[in-house]
Every structure is written in structure tokens, then in C-alpha cells.
Design a protein around this ligand. Structure first.
Ligand SMILES: [Fe+2]
Length: 377
């Protein structure tokens, strides 16, 4: 679709395309990459290497960590559905170059891709990313646990190396997972709408809501007894989650005219992993019937490392967490599951005039399942 549109726009591109030179002398270590896209604006980000930090342990082992400086620029007053070329170094060399296509302003078909739990097995992550590049989607969503340890700068270096080709031209929206650890690195590298923890954005009349199911990460003081640790942590976040739920209800009310609503959160509301069934039930109790009541078509999450589809009250609950982390068996089949597959995968979603179609695709290109959901009335 995007290609066809670009061809139609060729005469316009002659007018609107611009090579944006943003003047930056230092060489790039991470990026450039495209974020926080709308129909008229976008953020370009990249990091330069400022030096390295050495740490020596008592046994003489030396650790060397890269010290990056993050750069970003917000571009505004762009034309909708238009492809721009950019060069963040402004020197004509390939390393600063990329392109992006702004979102359409009106209602028209588009495709986006979702993957999750890309934190380990970098070869698998790379293979999935290479397949996604071929999808030529408008944007990508990662359902969280992008990296193994959000505090570890080396994990982020891996992540951005693997995603370099994809992210230099495709907006990447992320969801906070438990492995991000609420780390400063996450907020430094990503520019996301709102306060970046939970946020929304739109494409045409499709609404996308990203929730934070993790909350603020406090270090529980070591003197708190083991049996009180969960209570201690939960109490720290009660106000935070109540506020988030109010924001969600308000957002869903404001966007009641949306043709499609997609909600993303890291942890599932329906789990088929025994050790996680109870947690999923607790989350379901907390969020209640809010997704069904507002006719949300898709709630998409990660965390359980497999593909899983449950259907409840008109809402499809899809777990996509096959982006690299070790796969999980299912050991607790609940009444709800429609489909389950223990395989590395991603999902591609086509949003059309009458319906949205989610296709789950495994690492070898086989279709696991197709789900169709009609436009909201
Ligand atoms: Fe997780």
C-alpha cells in the first residue's frame, strides 16, 4: 500500500521531499532511528560515542563500557503520507542517512507489525527483524522486554545494532517490560508520546494505546521480610495504577468515534503458563471489563514467550512474545485459548476500511493464524 501511495505521490514528492541536513560533526555509534511519528511530525535520534568508562574489580578484571551521548531532533510541519530523505550528519556519508514516511492524515488502509520479548538470542531477533523489514509496514510496536537488562548499556548496543536497518526508516513504538527495569537508558534512547510510560497515538481513525503494566520500579529495602515484599512493592504503585486506569477510561471515552482500537501492555490478561495464571487473573480483576466495554478489538501483550490468542467479550487477546527470548511451553490450558503456538514469530496487522486482519507469522514465514475484527460501529 505504502509503495503504491509513494508512486502516486511522485509529482508531490518533487515538491515536498527534502534532504534534511542537521549538522552534526561526531560520528554515529547508534542510529540514526525514527520515532514518535504522526502525520506532520517525527523525531530523529542517534548517539555518538563520547569515550569509554573502565572499572576494575578487586581481582583485577577490567570492564570497559561505552559512554554515549544522545541526540535527537523533532521535525514538524511535515506533509502527511510523504517520504522524506534525511542525513543527520549533513556530510553526505551513508552513516547519517535514512528516510521516513509520515502517517496518513485521513482514513486509508495501512499495515503495522508487532513483536515482543526480543531480549536474548540475538540471532533469532535478527532473523525476525529481517523478515519484518520485508513487510514494508508503516510502524512497529514492541510489546516489551526489548533487552535482557535495561540498565546494561551493552544490551542496548546489541538491540540497536540488530534493528539498525529497520529503525532508520520505520517508527518504533515500545512498551515497558519488566526487563527494561524502568531504566534511565530506556527514556534516553526512546522518544515516545506523552510521558513515555503510558501513551496514545492515532493513524487515521485507528487509536493505539500503550499501557505501562510495570509501574515505577522501587528497590525494596533488604530488611523488609520476604512475605511482605510483594505487598511493599504493590503499595508503592497503587496510586500510579489507579491514575493510569483513569487516564485509560478518559482516553477511551474521548476517542469513542475511533474505527479501531488497539491496546498494548507487556504482561497478559490471559495466560496459559501455570506459574502466571494467577497474576493474569489479578490483572484482569484490576482492569475489569474496560476493554470489552469500549469495544477494543485487540489487546496485544508479550511476556509469555510464545504465540497465544484468547477471545473474550468481543476483544481478541493476543500474546506475541516470540522475538528472541527462550520459548515457553503451555502447562495450564484455560477455557479461553483459541490458538497457541510455541514458535518464534511476529504479527502483521492490516487495517482496512471494513475490518482489521491480524496475521501471526512464524520465523520461517508460515502463517500461524489469521484473526479478522470488524470496524467499530
Ligand atoms: Fe517480561
Amino acid at each position: 500500500m505504502k509503495n503504491m501511495k509513494i508512486m502516486k505521490l511522485i509529482p508531490l514528492l518533487l515538491l515536498f521531499s527534502a534532504t534534511l541536513t542537521l549538522g552534526q560533526q561526531k560520528k554515529i555509534a547508534i542510529g540514526p532511528y525514527v520515532q514518535n511519528m504522526s502525520y506532520g511530525s517525527v523525531t530523529l535520534s542517534w548517539s555518538t560515542l563520547e569515550g569509554s568508562v573502565k572499572v576494575v574489580s578487586p581481582d583485577g578484571q577490567t570492564m570497559s563500557l561505552p559512554k554515549y551521548e544522545q541526540h535527537e531532533i523533532r521535525l514538524t510541519r511535515l506533509q502527511p503520507n510523504t517520504t522524506y530523505q534525511y542525513d543527520v550528519l549533513g556530510d553526505g556519508s551513508d552513516e547519517g542517512k535514512g528516510s521516513f514516511t509520515t502517517f496518513p492524515k485521513g482514513i486509508e488502509p495501512f499495515k503495522f507489525v508487532v513483536l515482543g520479548d526480543t531480549r536474548s538470542r540475538h540471532d533469532v531477533h535478527q532473523k525476525i527483524v529481517n523478515k519484518i523489514i520485508d513487510e514494508k509496514q508503516l510502524f512497529v510496536v514492541n510489546t516489551g522486554d526489548l533487552v535482557g537488562n535495561g540498565d546494561d548499556i551493552l544490551d542496548w548496543r546489541h538491540f540497536f545494532r540488530i534493528n539498525h536497518e529497520l529503525m532508520k526508516s520505520t517508527p518504533y513504538f515500545s512498551v515497558l517490560g519488566n526487563h527494561e527495569k524502568d531504566s534511565k537508558n530506556y527514556y534516553n534512547f526512546f522518544d515516545l508520546p506523552g510521558d513515555e510510560r503510558y501513551y496514545s497515538f492515532t493513524v487515521g481513525d485507528a487509536l493505539f494505546i500503550v499501557l505501562d503494566g510495570e509501574g515505577r520500579q522501587y528497590t525494596t529495602p533488604p530488611f523488609i521480610k520476604k512475605e511482605n515484599r510483594d505487598i511493599f512493592w504493590n503499595n508503592q504503585n497503587v496510586d500510579y495504577f489507579i491514575k493510569e486506569k483513569e487516564w485509560l477510561e478518559n482516553t477511551l471515552n474521548l476517542y469513542n468515534d475511533a474505527g479501531y482500537i488497539f491496546v498494548f501492555m507487556h504482561k497478559p490478561l490471559f495466560s496459559i503458563k501455570k506459574s502466571r495464571v494467577e497474576g493474569a487473573k489479578m490483572r484482569r480483576e484490576f482492569w475489569g471489563d474496560i476493554f470489552e466495554r469500549h469495544n477494543v478489538q485487540f489487546f496485544i501483550n508479550g511476556h509469555d514467550h510464545h504465540y497465544h490468542h484468547a477471545f473474550n467479550g468481543g476483544t481478541h487477546y493476543v500474546t506475541t512474545a516470540g522475538g528472541g527470548a527462550p520459548l515457553y511451553d503451555t502447562d495450564a490450558l484455560q477455557p479461553e485459548p483459541v490458538k497457541f503456538a510455541k514458535v518464534e514469530h511476529y504479527v502483521a496487522i492490516k487495517v482496512g476500511p471494513e475490518e482489521a486482519t491480524l496475521t501471526a507469522i512464524d520465523i520461517d514465514g508460515n502463517v500461524i493464524e489469521k484473526i479478522k475484527a470488524p470496524r467499530r460501529k
